[in-house]
Design a protein around this ligand. Sequence first.
Ligand code: FES
Length: 137
Amino acid sequence: MFSFFKSKSDSDKEESKKLSKPKGHVFVCTTEREEGTHPCGSCAGRGGIDILNEFIFEINERNLFDEIVISGMDCAGPCSLGPNILVYPGGVMYSQVQKSDVKKIIENHLLDSNAEKYIQNDKSISELIYWVTGKKL
Ligand code: FES
């Protein structure tokens, strides 16, 4: 039978065993707009790039680059509430993120297995955000 997929060589199989599946992914909005060009401003204008750098610093400090991926992203929508970040697992949007929230998000959302109980129930996402950051929606 014809197959588009090549069978993996032994070295490919070994290589894929070494690659770990990330435990989480954080997207930080780094959209930048010149002041006065958009009624809602931008996440970068409110410190989004500092938030991205803080995540990179904290992930590096914990040697977690194999487990947690950090990416910049373009505008996610709620610009006036920025800086906004989107965190997986769960696809949870955190708004008005401050540098002091970064450690809490890493420790409570990404590393604490108790977060799964919130993430498995979408109705509890606001509870998760409150539990992680102490901020009510
Ligand atoms: S600029 Fe960040 S959500 Fe729009």
